[in-house]
Design a protein around this ligand. Sequence first.
Ligand code: SF4
Length: 225
Amino acid sequence: MRATTDLTGIYRILLERFGPQHWWPGDTPFEVMAGAILTQNTNWKNVELAIRNLKDAGLFEPHRIHVATTSRLSKLVRPSGFFNQKAEYLKSYCRYYVSRHGADVDRMRSAPVRRLREELLGLKGIGPETADSILLYALGRPVFVIDAYTRRVFSRHGVLGEYDAYEYWQRFFTERLPKHARLYNEYHALIVRLAKDHCRSKPDCSGCPLKDLKVVNVRKGVKVL
Ligand code: SF4
């Protein structure tokens, strides 16, 4: 049997296989923000250790991080790797969050998304993936996150080049999906799950829900044969 599908159809296939992923791991929006910064180039377990250290030291609060010394922060976030840089990035983010938004997530959320994104991208150590993760997962704004897993999965099916520009990848998804934060949230989480379970550096295509996916024409959609 032949059937055609598009990005929404792929989403349904993934959701049916893996179920809701309940992202992002983080008890509060600020924990999601800090996690998005600390998770760069490391796995989530190491981020959890760093956040645990900050909490145990009574520092896990934007104003306190803002005024803490970089050397103290570095020691606490050490498990997340690149700890000197990450301490600086976290401090710089907290300076922004406190001074621009009064460390008030609702106030930040009410600002225009385009302006927020520009401001975030102007901060030290915040690139598009981190900025968009904060916008989507901490603030609930409809911004599709592109990461290495997204690039890997979809480039292996010929959708785009793995190293094509971030904005190009992002546009590919946002032009083809309804603009809903919940959909973007779940879709990204499902892609990560797919990449971890099947689409690893050495792909395990047998049993993968996308094993029959072939791209026929990106402009017209994606066809499953
Ligand atoms: S079929 Fe293979 S290449 Fe495609 S997403 Fe699954 S594991 Fe990756």
